[in-house]
Design a protein around this ligand. Structure first.
Ligand SMILES: [Zn+2]
Ligand SMILES: [Zn+2]
Length: 907
């Protein structure tokens, strides 16, 4: 007979099963299989990263869904992949090289890329290991990297198709520039940070003398690149300034006064300095007025030659010096404090510099339209729903996407320029010669594509697109996308657009957005705050199952998770409970239900033929019948009925993404109903031996087996280990098709009766507890039922189990039974329960104790009452404090009444 180790050792078990699952290819689906497909693509982790608690949460949700669907008989593909993460990787590799004293530019493009690939190999393996440790049932045989040749081809194909459609264009335009990373970035990569800044007022004298205009600016150093001062045409001063020229201080240049509707007359002085080279709004004004931009800051954030004597200074130092020079000339009129938001690069935190450069852009409006329609028609649904509105409002206001990056690590832009005739050649494969002049002097565009330009194809490029593959046919569109809300624009929205454009269908029907993991103080977990534990450390200490269960239990949909490692104790204790219960059941089975010598204190319920539901369950779980000699009692049929009901609830919770409720359902069922009630009740049958013992053992085993299946998606390892002992011939639980709990197990009437029985046992236990009666000590109990409700008959079948579960010696159940002297009572519905205390506790001492408690409560009550009568307190104190006092008063009054009654009872 197989036996579980005495002590549950998650680390050993989890390592072993991770290897077994991979070896047996349990998670590799066959595209040709006939079952209904269910597909999830793993949001490809960045190869620079290591997994966070947030990743563990998202991974667990995906794994739970995949394992659940696999068990339900779906053909499940959970596609593994990783992202090259353009800027992020380039930055870390650059930094690592610098630490070795090697500059990227000195190394050259080819050698630098070799370094990046070496980095990728190393960190790739670590991520695979981490995902394995969490228990992710990913298909690694289909693993894809965003720079794989197949994906690369798809990226080039998409670029060329969009270019030919006129949606991709190249333009000199003002973009968000990161002077530290020295690349353009997209609008979505800019984080706005509220900043205490200054608004500087600078006077520009009129060229013909006799006055000046004062402009307000947060960036005085850019005045060196001003090309005009703009006013709103409705400004009262406008007429007098028609055609006026201004002296631009510190430069010797004169610039015109112009009029533009974009100028807010109420902002500052109503005069706006126009710097098209360094501000996006000014750039547009410049275009409207045909003013050539003057660029005074270079790619690295330093002043260039156009800045005259300020050339070579960093932009911050230039600000100080420009202000000093203006001050000296008496042109700095005043400085105000000013709160404004400044864009920062989300990867490196550097303040963005609007910068004019030649970049590739993708027109998004055309692509967005079908994506808006699909969401409005409900073809793509967001959970929680509010994300749908966030998505729509972004899509409806979408702007062109700057897709070129001045980096090396990434997909090189598939564009070549002819050195002879300057022709631009856009092609999937490298051209051998110029199609126009036949020249061979071709140079490829130096830039690479934004990382998201490969990620947005992620539902179909890893499946072999543009070829028509079996995988695409079977697994696309995918089913659910599980991801964080922070990449809804970067990724989710763009995937919807790409799939509609290139596959002609939605990429997924549901988007599930996970909550943000915060510490117990509500702060987002981050490395810099040091409040983010490493999930791998947690798993090393408690096991992945405990961690996963806890994450799911803490995860109400649409809300952030307050996480603290101590919370994992819930999962840890639960895993231990499961382990011990399984050991108990296996041991009981091994003992063959032999009666313990001398155990005759409680006779189990009479055997009945009504155990057919349990037989059905046993057969459906294990594929083998419970022994024909087995006889079943009401407790067996009851636990089978509860199992069926809980399984139904669980399914409903998972279908609606209520993972917290799902975990609670599993927990309550297994811990309370199965362990606390059923296994305790089954001990009597086991002691009886023979057919009843066999029936109880078969039931315990079948319900345990079904529980392992239901728990498996949340706690895959421990359930697999126990399953391997319970059903060694059924193969891995991870690949098991769970037939479900037969509907025939449900028995409403029985559940109601047993519920009544449980209430009675609980009431007796509570009475015992409030009088500190030792757990093993037998007490006598009288149950008085209201007459005419035939309750005594209904309870009669539970008589022995009441005695067993509540440790009752003599039990009297009768209509209108009298209350014995010196007894305490508890009542509910239509029964009164009396527990005589004589000979059980020292009544004299008990009365003294209660008398003292009553006095104490009376004093407290008076105090609180006094406070509540004080009108000043009730008026002045915060409302919740008053409310709290009232509740306390009510609680204490209740207790006072209860104790008084007990004292009366004790005579
Ligand atoms: Zn940067
Ligand atoms: Zn040419």
């Amino acid at each position: 007979m197989p036996e579980l180790e005495k002590v549950y050792n998650p680390v050993e078990i989890e390592k072993r099963w991770t290897a077994v699952w991979r070896e047996r290819r349990v998670f590799t689906p066959d595209a040709g299989a006939g079952e209904e497909p269910f597909t999830i693509i793993l949001p490809p982790p960045n190869i620079t990263g290591s997994l966070t608690v947030g990743h563990a949460l998202g991974t667990t949700v995906q794994d739970l869904l995949c394992r659940w669907k696999r068990m339900k008989g779906f053909n499940v593909l959970w596609l593994a992949g990783m992202d090259h993460a353009g800027i992020a990787t380039q930055k870390v590799v650059e930094r690592a090289l610098l630490e070795r004293g090697i500059a990227k530019d000195a190394l050259g493009r080819e050698k630098f890329l070799e370094e990046c690939w070496r980095w990728k190999e190393k960190y790739h393996d670590r991520i695979v290991e981490q995902l394995g440790a969490i228990g992710a049932s990913l298909d690694w045989t289909r693993e894809t990297f965003t720079l794989d040749p197949g994906v690369s081809r798809a990226v080039r194909e998409v670029f060329v198709r969009l270019y030919r459609k006129g949606l991709i264009y190249r333009d000199r335009y003002i973009v968000n520039w990161c002077p530290s990373c020295q690349t353009a970035i997209s609008d979505e990569e800019v984080d706005f940070v509220e900043t205490h800044g200054k608004l500087y007022y600078i006077a520009y004298p009129l060229a013909k003398g006799g006055g000046e205009l004062v402009v307000g600016t947060t960036r005085p150093e850019t005045m060196l690149g001003d090309v005009a001062v703009a006013m709103n045409p409705k400004d009262k001063r406008a007429a007098a300034l028609e055609g006026a020229m201004l002296e631009l201080p510190l430069t010797g240049r004169t610039i015109p006064v112009i009029f533009d509707e974009a100028v807010d007359p109420a902002f500052g002085t109503g005069c706006l300095k126009v710097t098209p080279g360094h501000d996006a709004t000014d750039f547009m004004i410049g275009l409207r007025h045909k003013l050539d931009p003057i660029v005074v800051i270079d790619r690295a954030g330093k002043m260039n030659a156009e800045a005259g004597r300020f050339a070579g200074l960093d932009r911050r130092e230039a600000r100080t010096q420009v202000l000093a020079a203006l001050e000296e000339r008496g042109l700095l009129r005043k400085i105000d404090d000013y709160e404004h938001s400044i864009g920062h690069h989300d990867r490196c935190g550097t303040a963005i510099e609007p910068y004019i450069s030649r970049q590739w852009f993708l027109r998004m409006k055309t692509l967005a339209a079908p994506g808006i329609e699909a969401a409005k028609r409900g073809e793509v649904a967001f959970t929680p729903e509010r994300w749908g509105n966030i998505y729509l409002s972004w899509m409806e206001n979408i702007r062109d996407w700057c897709i070129s990056r001045q980096l090396w690590w990434g997909h090189r832009i598939p564009v070549w320029y002819c050195g002879d005739c300057e022709e631009t050649i856009v092609a999937v494969d490298e051209p051998a010669s110029c199609p126009k002049c036949k020249g061979a002097k071709l140079a490829q565009d130096d830039d690479v594509l934004d990382t998201w330009f490969s990620s947005w194809l992620w539902t179909f490029s890893p499946m072999g697109w543009p070829e028509k593959t079996k995988d695409l046919e079977t697994f696309h569109p995918t089913s659910v996308l599980v991801t964080g809300g922070d990449i809804i624009f970067f990724w989710v929205a763009r995937m919807i657009m790409a799939s509609l454009e290139f596959m002609g269908e939605i990429p997924f029907s549901t988007v599930y957005i996970t909550g943000i993991v915060r510490d117990t103080k509500g702060r987002k977990m981050s490395k810099s705050l040091g409040n983010s534990p490493d999930p791998i450390d947690i798993i090393g200490r408690t096991g992945a199952d405990a961690f996963r269960f806890t994450l799911m239990m803490l995860s109400p949909p649409g809300q952030d998770i307050m996480f603290d490692e101590s919370k994992v104790d819930v999962g840890k204790h639960f895993a231990n409970k499961i382990w011990n219960a399984a050991r108990f059941v296996l041991a009981q089975e091994a003992a063959g239900g032999c009666p313990e010598p001398g155990a005759k204190d409680a006779a189990p319920s009479p055997a009945s033929d009504a155990g057919s539901s349990v037989r059905l369950l046993h057969e459906s779980i294990f594929g083998s019948a419970a022994g024909p000699e087995a006889a079943f009692g009401w407790e067996d049929r009851w636990i089978a009925s509860r199992l069926a009901r809980r399984a139904g609830e669980l399914e409903a919770h998972i279908d609606t993404y209520r993972f917290d409720e799902a975990s609670r359902t599993l927990y309550d069922f297994f811990w309370h109903e199965y362990c606390d009630w059923y296994l305790e009740l089954s001990k009597a049958a086991a002691r009886q031996g023979g057919a009843r013992a066999a029936g109880a053992s078969a039931t315990a085993r079948a319900v345990l087996g079904a529980s392992m299946a239901l728990l498996h998606p949340t706690m895959p390892f421990i359930t697999e280990e126990i399953w391997s002992m319970l059903a060694p011939r059924r193969g891995a639980l991870a690949g098991y098709r769970f037939p479900g709990v037969p509907e025939g197990c449900l028995d409403d009437g029985l559940e109601e009766d047993v519920g009544f029985f449980m209430e009675i046992v609980t009431a007796i236990r509570n009475l015992r507890q409030s009088f500190n009666i030792p757990p093993g000590k037998l007490v006598n109990v009288v149950i008085n039922c209201e007459t005419g409700r035939s309750l005594p008959a209904r309870l009669d079948g539970f008589r022995e189990q009441i005695r067993l579960m509540a440790k009752v010696g003599e039990l009297e159940i009768a209509d209108g039974a009298a209350k014995p002297p010196a007894s305490v009572a508890a009542g509910f519905a239509s029964v009164e329960i009396y527990l005589p205390l004589a000979g059980v506790v020292d009544i004299g001492a008990e009365k003294k104790r209660l008398g003292r408690e009553l006095e104490k409560i009376a004093r407290e009550c008076e105090k609180v009452e006094g406070r509540l009568k004080d009108e000043r307190f009730v008026e002045k104190a915060p409302r919740d404090v008053v409310e709290q006092e009232r509740n306390r008063y009510n609680e204490m009054s209740d207790k006072r009444r209860r104790i008084s009654r007990i004292l009366e009872d004790l005579g």
